[in-house]
Design a protein. Structure first.
Length: 399
C-alpha cells in the first residue's frame, strides 16, 4: 500500500458513505483497466452489454422504423433481456419469456373485456398473474406475465384479437433478434474460468502448505495456528466448488454454439480434462485431513501428541517441497514458465526426506503410540498429496 493510499484510507475512516463511494469507484476503475488490458471476465461483460444494447437497437429499427409500429416497445425490451451469458440460456429463457408474455397479454385482455376499465382490469389481472409468475415452468421469466399486463393495459389500445396478436408478435420478433445476436455475434464461450479456477486452486493449496511448513519449522504453532489452517482449508473447498460451477458453466456455453463461430473465440479453445477436477478434489481432501490432524494434535485436551522438533522440521521441509510442486502446477495451468519444476533433483530430495521421516517414525514408535500415530498419519497424507500432485512420479520410494 502506498503512502498516499494509506493517508486517503485514514482520511476516510469514520466516513462510511464517502468511503463506500470511493472504494466502489476504485473497483470500477480496476474493472475498466482489466477490460482494457486483455481478454478476461471484465471484457466478456463489456461485449455482452454491447451485444444486448445492439440487439435492442436492431429490434427497435425493425419494429419501430421499418415496420412503422407506433407502439414498438415489446420487441426491443425482449431483445435486450434475452442476450444472456450463454446461447443455450438465451434460447431457454426466450421460450419461457414468450410463454409468460402470451399469458400476461391474454389474461390482461380478458380482464379488460370483463371490466371495461383499465384500473379494474389491473386490479383483476395482476393478483392472478403474480401467482402465475411463481410457476416453476416460467423460471426467472415469470415476472413478465404481470409486466406484460401492465404494458398492454396502460397502452390504452382497444381489446381485440388483433391487439393481443400484435403484442405477441412483437415479443416473438424481439426474442428472435435477441437470440440471433447472441448466437451469431461473438457467441459467449466460457472456457477461461475452468483453467483460472484450477490454477487458483493449485496456487492456494501451495500457499497453505507453505504456511503450515513455516509455522511448523518455527515451532510456534498452537491451536490458534491450527484454526487458521483449517479456515484456509475451508477456503480451498469453496474454490473447488467454484471450479465445479465453472465446469458446468463451460459445458452449457458450448451447447447450441456454432462450431465455426466458436473458433473465432479469443482465448483458450480447449479446457483441462475433468480428471483434473477430481485430482485437485483429492488434493483438497488430503490437505483438509492434514490440517485436521494437526488441529487435533494441537488440542491439549486430546490424546494425540504432536511429533518432536526434528521430526516436525523434516515434515515441514516435505510440505514445502509439495507446496512448490503445487505452484509449478499453477504456473503450468496458466501457461507461465515455472521458476522450478519437480524434476529428478526434487524427487531425490523428497525420497531423502521420506527416508529420514520413516526413521523418525521408528524412533517415535518406542516413545508412545499417540505420538507415533500422529506422525504416521501426517506422513501418509503427505505421501498422498505428492502422489496426486506429481502422479507420473508416484509416491516417494520407501527405504
Amino acid at each position: 500500500m502506498t503512502a498516499a493510499t494509506h493517508r486517503l484510507r485514514e482520511a476516510l475512516r469514520g466516513r462510511r458513505p464517502v468511503a463506500a463511494v470511493w472504494w466502489e469507484m476504485c473497483a470500477v476503475g480496476r474493472a475498466v483497466r482489466a477490460a482494457w488490458r486483455g481478454p478476461g471476465r471484465e471484457r466478456d461483460l463489456v461485449v455482452q452489454s454491447l451485444k444486448a444494447a445492439g440487439a435492442a437497437l436492431i429490434a427497435w429499427a425493425v419494429a419501430g422504423v421499418w415496420l412503422g409500429d407506433p407502439l414498438a416497445l415489446m420487441a426491443p425490451w425482449v431483445a435486450l433481456v434475452l442476450v444472456q451469458a450463454t446461447v443455450y440460456s438465451s434460447v431457454r429463457q426466450a421460450g419461457q419469456q414468450f410463454a409468460a408474455i402470451c399469458a400476461g397479454a391474454l389474461v390482461a385482455s380478458v380482464a379488460q373485456a370483463i371490466t371495461d376499465d383499465t384500473t379494474g382490469a389491473l386490479a383483476l389481472s395482476l393478483p392472478v398473474l403474480m401467482l402465475m409468475a411463481n410457476w416453476s415452468r416460467f423460471g426467472q421469466q415469470g415476472i413478465y406475465t404481470a409486466t406484460t399486463a401492465v404494458f398492454v393495459l396502460a397502452s390504452g389500445t382497444a381489446v381485440s384479437a388483433s391487439a393481443v396478436g400484435h403484442r405477441v408478435g412483437q415479443a416473438a420478433l424481439g426474442a428472435f433478434i435477441g437470440v440471433a445476436v447472441n448466437a451469431f455475434v461473438l457467441p459467449p464461450v466460457h472456457l477461461r474460468d475452468i483453467r483460472e479456477n484450477l490454477a487458483a486452486l493449485a496456487r492456494e493449496a501451495g500457499d497453505l502448505l507453505h504456511s503450515v511448513a513455516d509455522d511448523l519449522r518455527g515451532t510456534e504453532w498452537d491451536a490458534q495456528s491450527a484454526a487458521g489452517w483449517s479456515s484456509d482449508a475451508a477456503r480451498l473447498q469453496r474454490r473447488l466448488d467454484a471450479l465445479y460451477s465453472a465446469r458446468s458453466w463451460s459445458r452449457e456455453s458450448l451447447r447450441l454454439t456454432s462450431g465455426p463461430l466458436r473458433r473465432l473465440h479469443r482465448g483458450p479453445t480447449v479446457v483441462p480434462p475433468e480428471d483434473e477436477d477430481q485430482r485437485w478434489s483429492r488434493v483438497t481432501g488430503n490437505i483438509t485431513a492434514l490440517t485436521r490432524t494437526l488441529a487435533v494434535a494441537a488440542d491439549e485436551h486430546r490424546t494425540p501428541v504432536s511429533p518432536d522438533g526434528p521430526a516436525l522440521d523434516l515434515y515441514a521441509r516435505l510440505l514445502r517441497q509439495i507446496g512448490d510442486a503445487c505452484h509449478v502446477e499453477a504456473s503450468r495451468l496458466v501457461g507461465e514458465a515455472a521458476k522450478a519444476s519437480p524434476e529428478r533433483a526434487t524427487e531425490v530430495t523428497m525420497e531423502e526426506l521420506h527416508r529420514r521421516l520413516q526413521l523418525g517414525l521408528r524412533e517415535h514408535a518406542g516413545r508412545g503410540a499417540a505420538r507415533t500415530a500422529v506422525l504416521g498419519t501426517l506422513l501418509l497424507q503427505a505421501e498422498n498429496l505428492w502422489a496426486e500432485i506429481v502422479p507420473e512420479r508416484g509416491e516417494p520410494t520407501e527405504q
